[in-house]
Design a protein around this ligand. Structure first.
Ligand code: XIL
Length: 396
C-alpha cells in the first residue's frame, strides 16, 4: 500500500501548509524527526516544508520579515512553518532602533524576536554597521561637524553594545558590517563609504570586537553582495577574501561571511564560482551563509509581477536552485535565507525599476516554481536519489 506523504507545519499551532500535492486533503502534523524514508515510488517530501527537509542535514532555511506582514494570518502561517531562521528586514537597523538620539524603539525588533521564538526559529541579526538606514540625527550631526570622528566611533560602540546586549543569547548570527567593498575590478574597501570617510577603516575590526564583547556566543558575519560569482570577474569576492583573511590573522572575532545572493536574470552568472567562493571562505575556518537570496526579472507591472519574458519562468527558479545547490555542496554553509518570500513583500519593485517576480511565492502567497525547485533540491539532500526499483540492462 502506498503511504501518503505528510509532514508537520513545524511550530506548534502553525497551520500545516500543503504544497505540491493534493491541496484538497489536509496535512497530518508530524514532527520533522519522524519524517519517514520513501517507499519505492513514493514522494515523502511532496508536502514537506523547506525547514523540515533542510533540518535533516543541519541546514537552516530563512526569510527576512517585517512586523507588518506577520499580522496577516496566512502569511504568518507560511513564515512560521516553512522557515527555521528569521532575519528582521529592517527592524534592527540603527534608523529604526534609535530614531532620536538616546530614545530607543525596540517594538518592531521585539515582535520579530517573539515570533521567531514562538515558531522555534533562530534569528540572524541585521545589521550593525552599514552606510544605509542610519538615523538622521547621526548623519546630520556628522555632516555639520557637531559629531566628530572620535564621537562617531563612540556612538557606534554604544549602539552595538546596547543592541547586541539587549538580544544577547537570542541572536544566532549577526551581520556586523555590511557592504564595504567597491564593485569595480579590482575591488577594494570603498574609500567613499560613509563609515570609512567619517570613522576610518579600522571601524570594521572595532565593530566586530564590540559585538563580540556584547555577546561572545553570537556568530559574527561580514555580509556583502556580488561576492559569489555574480560579477563574473570575482574581483569583489577576491578582495573580501583577502580582507577577512587579514582580519583573522589579526585576531579579529569574525566567524562568517554572508553572501547576499541578490540575482537578476538579465545578467549571466556562474554558479560554480559561488560554490568556489563559499568553499574559499570556509577554508579560512569561517562559516558561510546565503543571507538575502532573491532572483529578479523584468515584469509587466509591479502589482501582478508577471515576467515580460516567458523564459524568466525557467531562469528564475533555475538560479534559485543553483544558488541552493552551491550552498548544499559546502558543509560550512549553515543557512540559506530568502529576502522576503512573496513577490508582494519583496523590496525589488521599489528599488529596481520595472523588475519584480523575485520571490519563491507569488503575489497571492502561492508557491512558485522556485519554491518547488528549492523543495526538490532539499529533498534530494534529505533522502538522496530514490533507489532504482528495477535494473534495466540494455542489450542483454
Ligand atoms: C532593504 C529592505 O528590504 C528595504 O525594505 C529597505 O527599504 C532597504 O533595505 N541589502 C541589505 C538589506 O543588506 O538590508 C537591504 O534591505 C537590501 C540590500
Amino acid at each position: 500500500m502506498r503511504r501518503r506523504s505528510v509532514l508537520t507545519a513545524g511550530a506548534a499551532g502553525a497551520a500545516a501548509l500543503l504544497v505540491g500535492g493534493n491541496s484538497a486533503k489536509a496535512a497530518t502534523v508530524r514532527p520533522a524527526a519522524t519524517l519517514q524514508p520513501a517507499a519505492p515510488g513514493d514522494m515523502p517530501w511532496a508536502s514537506a516544508s523547506l525547514r523540515d527537509l533542510a533540518a535533516r542535514f543541519g541546514l537552516r532555511i530563512g526569510t527576512a520579515l517585517i512586523p507588518q506582514d506577520i499580522q496577516t494570518p496566512s502569511y504568518a502561517a507560511i513564515a512560521g512553518s516553512q522557515f527555521s531562521v528569521v532575519t528582521p528586514g529592517n527592524a534592527m537597523k540603527w534608523q529604526i532602533v534609535e530614531p532620536t538620539q538616546g530614545v530607543y524603539y525596540w517594538s518592531q525588533a521585539d515582535q520579530l524576536v517573539n515570533f521567531a521564538h514562538a515558531n522555534k526559529q533562530l534569528i540572524r541579526g541585521h545589521t550593525l554597521c552599514w552606510h544605509n538606514q542610519l538615523p538622521t540625527w547621526l548623519t546630520t550631526g556628522v555632516a555639520n561637524g557637531s559629531i566628530t570622528s572620535a564621537q562617531l566611533r563612540d556612538l557606534l560602540h554604544n549602539h552595538i553594545t546596547v543592541e547586541v546586549s539587549r538580544y544577547r543569547g537570542k541572536i544566532w548570527q549577526w551581520d556586523v558590517c555590511n557592504e564595504f567593498f567597491t564593485d569595480a575590478s579590482p575591488s577594494k574597501l570603498d574609500p567613499t563609504n560613509w563609515w570609512i570617510v567619517n570613522a576610518g577603516p579600522d571601524i570594521i575590526p572595532l565593530a566586530f570586537q564590540w559585538a563580540h564583547a556584547a555577546d561572545p556566543n553570537a556568530l559574527l558575519f561580514y555580509n556583502d553582495y556580488n561576492i559569489g560569482g555574480e560579477d563574473g570577474t570575482n574581483a569583489k569576492s577576491d578582495a573580501v577574501y583577502a580582507y577577512v583573511k587579514q582580519l583573522l590573522a589579526d585576531g579579529v572575532p569574525i566567524h562568517g561571511v554572508g553572501n547576499q545572493g541578490h540575482l537578476d536574470t538579465q545578467y549571466g552568472w556562474n554558479p560554480a564560482l559561488l560554490r568556489q567562493d563559499l568553499e574559499r571562505f570556509a577554508s579560512l575556518g569561517l562559516k558561510v551563509a546565503i543571507t538575502e537570496a532573491d532572483v529578479r526579472t523584468f515584469v509587466k507591472d509591479a502589482t501582478s509581477q508577471v515576467p515580460t519574458d516567458n523564459l524568466a519562468q525557467f531562469a528564475q527558479p533555475y538560479e534559485y536552485s543553483e544558488m541552493l545547490k552551491a550552498a548544499l555542496a559546502v558543509p560550512e554553509c549553515i543557512s540559506f535565507t530568502v529576502w522576503g518570500f512573496t513577490d508582494s513583500d519583496s523590496w525589488v519593485p521599489g528599488f529596481f525599476t520595472g523588475e519584480g517576480y523575485a520571490g519563491i511565492y507569488d503575489v497571492n502567497q502561492q508557491p512558485k516554481a522556485a519554491y518547488y525547485a528549492l523543495q526538490s533540491d532539499l529533498a534530494l539532500g534529505a533522502f538522496g536519489a530514490p533507489r532504482r526499483v528495477r535494473t534495466y540492462t540494455p542489450f542483454s
